[in-house]
Ligand binder design. Structure first.
Ligand code: HEC
Length: 124
């Protein structure tokens, strides 16, 4: 019987935990993961890609910093995510090991891509 209060406290902490996480981070991370984005992208800068090379795609916090304050970024980047990037006009040349992003429209709907890009752009 002595243990009961502890169990209640533990249960309360477990319930409170995710609710305290900022905004919809959990939902967006899950979406990014199930859509395959995280095989090429990290959230935080400084990560490594396969074989210790630069990461395949840019860290999403770097993406947020690069497009900060650009009004059309949300639309443009959603279009790039769906259709893929142009290897002849790389925006991340020399900074990432991937030459281009392939189209993701097989993996994600445009509505979900739009949500994910909005979330990426507000990362700090
Ligand atoms: C196969 C690897 C790969 C996958 C999977 C991938 N990306 Fe990328 N992504 C890249 C590369 C490489 C670039 C850099 C393109 C460039 O240099 O212009 C990039 C760039 C981006 C950019 C910045 C584009 C720009 O013009 O600056 C965003 C935003 C992005 N990816 C989001 C996503 C999202 C969201 C997903 C999942 C739906 C995803 N990526 C899946 C490789 C990938």
């Amino acid at each position: 019987m002595l243990r009961t209060p502890h169990l209640i406290a533990l249960a309360a902490a477990l319930v409170a935990g995710p609710a305290l996480a900022a905004g919809n981070d959990d939902a967006m991370l899950k979406l990014a993961n199930t859509s395959g984005c995280l095989t090429c992208h990290h959230i935080d800068p400084g990560g490594k890609g396969p074989d210790g090379l630069a990461p395949i795609g840019p860290a999403w916090k770097d993406v947020a910093a690069k497009y900060k304050g650009q009004k059309d970024a949300q639309k443009t980047l959603t279009a790039t995510v769906m259709a893929g990037s142009n290897p002849y006009e790389s925006h991340w040349k020399g900074k990432v090991s991937g030459l281009a992003m392939p189209p993701n429209k097989v993996a994600i709907t445009e509505a979900d891509a739009s949500k994910l890009v909005s979330w990426i752009l507000q990362l700090k």
